[in-house]
Write a protein that binds this ligand. Structure first.
Ligand code: CO
Length: 140
């Protein structure tokens, strides 16, 4: 059901400072940076092997990440798993009574289809499910 850990997301108070830290101290490099205005986040992706570290800054105090930082401070925000069939996975989770934040897939960062699973039904961990990008015909 789960293909791989696509990224691990950390909420950070100062995105530029956090990027500088992970590049200087850990030798990572930003491959993608994006501001998603309607979600109130600015995110940076830093590849680690086949996965990524995602640094998540907020665009203001009244956003989801802004409130998270206020309540809990910096730290682990969510884990993102890549799945082959997002719709099917959501249907299965609903049948099993798992609380979902997104009942339907929506467009997330990098244009991927995503859905979030509520931490209360998942031992306190916010999980993001990401649809595996469709491969072009002929590629395997
Ligand atoms: Co994410």
């Amino acid at each position: 059901m789960l293909d791989k850990v696509e990224h691990i997301a950390l909420a950070v108070a100062d995105l530029d400072a956090a990027i500088d830290h992970y590049e200087t101290i850990w030798g990572l490099r930003v491959s993608h940076r994006e501001r998603v205005e309607d979600q109130g986040v600015e995110e940076a992706m830093l590849p680690v092997g086949e996965s990524h570290l995602q640094l998540l800054g907020s665009t203001g105090p009244d956003t989801t990440v802004g409130k998270f930082l206020e309540r809990r401070g910096e730290g682990l925000h969510h884990i993102a798993f890549q799945v082959e069939d997002l719709e099917g996975t959501l249907t299965r989770l609903k049948e099993q009574g798992v609380a979902l934040i997104d009942e339907r897939p929506r467009v997330g960062g990098r244009g991927h289809m995503v859905a979030f699973v509520h931490p209360k039904g998942n031992h306190g961990v916010l999980v993001e499910l990401i649809q595996r990008p469709a491969r072009a015909a002929g590629q395997h």
